[in-house]
Write a protein that binds this ligand. Sequence first.
Ligand code: SAH
Length: 223
Amino acid sequence: MNSSELAGIGMTSQRTRERLIQRLKDQGITNQRILDVFRVTPRHIFLDEALSHRAYEDTALPIGFSQTLSQPYIVAKMTEILLAEGPLKKVLEIGTGSGFQATILAQLVDSVYSVERIEPLLVKAKERFRKLSLHNITAELSDGSFGWKKHAPYNGIIATAAAQGVPDELLHQLAPDGILVIPVGVGDEQDLRVLRRVGDSSEFEEEVVERVKFVPLLGGLSR
Ligand code: SAH
């Protein structure tokens, strides 16, 4: 990808991006590091060309296979919650999708691990990581309902698809004081939940943040 593709023109220009940053601030995102990362991340390259002119709208957009790239506000909000106590070493993302959330995280934490169950989405996302020279993202085709044991424990886990309940396996893969951010519920009845492991105990503090709407967390793989 050449530099003008990354910089964007017209509806993907820096001015259009600035308006999105202002909108994130208006909605209460205050973490300056996160706002700075949004400012320099080209969201348009995570979409098919036909939709790239809408990349800096604060809205979820389709990425094929009935999946969506989440609304920028919710990506920023989940990232802000995840990093509330400071920078993290290892983060696991469930649901790579377009790769946008992983790209935001990769600029803020040491290492990102991400799993996706739909192979063609994973292939495209990995291609984007390569083009953006993001070398601290490790992504794999797998069912994230079971986390990713190989690289556990994680300081943070973020699910970008809605689970029907909090999977125990994800809690088991949290490091001491680790944090899990996960949408829980079905259809329109979903809450964003935050579970923080208390020290190295098996106790978790739980908080419900706000109503959200995510695609469902599904089992099995799709090739
Ligand atoms: N974080 C993504 C959002 C994609 S939407 C982005 O920034 O674009 C949620 C994604 O979760 C979809 O791609 C969907 O295929 C994936 N997904 C759903 N259930 C999953 C599971 N059990 N394991 C891994 N990925 C899953």
